[in-house]
Design a protein around this ligand. Structure first.
Ligand SMILES: Cc1cc2nc3c(=O)[nH]c(=O)nc-3n(C[C@H](O)[C@H](O)[C@H](O)COP(=O)(O)OP(=O)(O)OC[C@H]3O[C@@H](n4cnc5c(N)ncnc54)[C@H](O)[C@@H]3O)c2cc1C
Length: 484
């Protein structure tokens, strides 16, 4: 049987980051699909790209930011506004969150209810951002646990209490963009979203040519280690190692290794790890909830100005999608002539679930009908559509999710470590990569100890350089200052 020091299962950003960290140990990476990148997925169209996955990149002083630089890729700052809401046929643009109750088309009662709830969410958002600051001597895992614990036992719906239906509609849309319904997601997980909205002076960045260029570069760099179209089908403990069964293009096989890093989304883990999981670990994995995003990417060919040019994102509570994004916006800052636009819309949570099982054409017609209401000039400019219904688009923190955290961070049997956005408190490419760095450090420590003993305590990761102590919460490209 083939033998390795370490096997990595999954070649999304987490698996690729882990393999890169462990490159000197000749890791073997199994990836079920015919491409690397997982939920980072784009196709280049000149300086632009159609994309159905992650688009906003974290700052340069982050794990992902450093890889972007090392592979010579370019991220462009998003200059357009992010706080826009389209409601009842009106687009309210570029508003400070605290002014929203006064600008949105709401009845007096709806306005009062929305503003009252706004004061409450501002409070939890601020509290969350303070808690996100790493304290001296803390590991990244300590910070993740603290953030998951914050407001971690109560649903966001219970936190808000009764709302006027107009206010409830907007808060529901905000939860849906986070892949959940208000009664599914914890107060703390929504605090993370609001904290970033209020705290962020940094609007994030998009990659010139598309996000997939990063995972493509990682995939090319690690090509000798990666087996595509190879699905892990079984993981079992085997003396002082693990055996991983797989099915690949040349049939089924088994590889033995001293350590394994499992970097697949939680719903994909149980099918091949059922036999290896302890009841405690299985129930920790069960606590992790994933929700859907039904995505359509749209490319248009206009060269003249369009009403969306200065906008990056719009919340759309009463349309057939939850969010609208304009990925061409980042190019505006470069002064380059307009090459058309690339836009993305997605429908999350229950409204997304209702679209699962529909054909791409049905989903596109559903999205385009709403786009006609938002931007009637758009349809006649469309030259390309690409739809991806992600049933498991991302994890969200349900009430009680934090209770799983220590078990997940520990891994299984001292030699199987899990990585990915779902092992963290916040869904993003950066948090996925950070968990992979930790998992790789654990695997390395095990291998360098000779593979037989219990793992050492997690490494303390808070660095000395105050600039580098910024905790990166990448979804909004924001970095909050750490405690000195
Ligand atoms: C529409 C959308 C928009 C987003 N926007 C942003 C954004 O702007 N910024 C941001 O930072 N994040 C964003 N995210 C989140 C981000 O994409 C994810 O957090 C991140 O990519 C997760 O990476 P991962 O490696 O943990 O998992 P994945 O990318 O899901 O990778 C897991 C890999 O495991 C493979 N796999 C599964 N089962 C097996 C098996 N049995 N054997 C072998 N391989 C297997 C899968 O094929 C996949 O390639 C977005 C996500 C979506 C869906």
């Amino acid at each position: 049987m083939e033998e390795r020091d370490v096997i990595v299962i999954g070649a999304g950003i987490a698996g690729l980051t882990a393999a890169r960290e462990l490159r000197d140990l000749d890791p073997l990476v199994f990836e079920a699909s015919d491409r690397v990148g997982g939920r980072i997925w784009s196709q280049q169209r000149g300086d632009l790209a159609v994309s159905v996955g992650a688009h906003m990149f974290p700052p340069p002083a982050s794990t992902v930011g450093r890889m972007v630089e090392e592979y010579g890729l370019e991220v462009l700052p998003i200059t357009g506004s992010m706080l826009n809401v389209a409601l009842r046929g009106r687009l309210v643009s570029d508003i400070r969150p605290e002014l929203m109750p006064f600008k949105l088309p709401l009845s007096t009662r709806g306005r009062v209810s929305f503003a009252r709830a706004g004061l409450k969410v501002k409070r939890i958002g601020d509290a969350y951002m303070k808690l996100a600051v790493p304290r001296r001597g803390e590991s990244a895992a300590d910070v993740r646990l603290r953030l998951l614990q914050y407001g971690g036992d109560r649903s966001f719906a219970d936190f808000l209490g009764p709302l006027h239906p107009e206010a409830a509609e907007i808060y529901r849309a905000l939860c849906n963009r986070t892949i959940a319904e208000p009664d599914e997601i914890s107060e703390g997980s929504m605090a993370a979203l609001f904290g970033h909205v209020w705290d962020s002076g940094d609007l994030g960045r998009n990659m010139r040519g598309g996000s997939g260029l990063l995972t493509d570069a990682l995939g090319a760099d690690l090509a000798d280690h990666i087996r595509l179209q190879t699905r892990a089908t079984r993981l079992a403990f085997d003396g002082a190692g693990v055996t991983v069964g797989y099915e690949g293009p040349d049939g089924a096989g088994e590889v033995r290794a001293r350590a394994a890093i499992v970097a697949v989304p939680a719903p994909d883990l149980a099918p091949f790890m059922r036999d290896a999981m302890t009841p405690g670990f299985a129930s920790a994995v069960d606590r992790v909830r994933f929700g859907p995003h039904i995505v359509t990417s749209i490319r248009t060919d206009e060269t003249e100005p369009m009403p969306w040019d200065d906008i990056y994102s719009i919340l759309t509570p009463d349309l057939g999608f939850t969010m609208f994004f304009n990925h061409a916006n980042a190019l505006r800052g470069t002064g380059a002539p307009k090459q058309g636009s690339v836009l993305m819309v997605y429908t999350g949570a229950d409204r997304g679930r209702a679209l699962l099982g529909k054909t791409d054409d049905e989903i596109q017609q559903h999205h385009l009908a709403s786009l006609d209401r938002l931007f009637p000039e758009l349809r006649s400019r469309i030259v390309e559509l690409w739809t991806k219904p992600w049933e498991h688009a991302g994890p969200f923190g349900a009430p009680g999710r934090w209770r799983a955290q220590e078990t997940l961070e520990r891994g299984l049997g001292g030699r199987v470590f899990v990585a990915g956005d779902w092992v963290s408190d916040f869904v993003s490419m950066e948090t996925a990569a950070l968990t992979a760095v930790d998992a790789a450090a654990e695997a390395r420590a095990l291998i360098e100890r000779g593979g037989g003993q219990q793992p050492a305590a997690r490494p303390v990761v808070v660095p000395r350089d105050p600039k580098a102590t910024k905790r990166v919460q990448a979804f909004f490209g924001d970095a909050s200052s750490a405690e000195e």
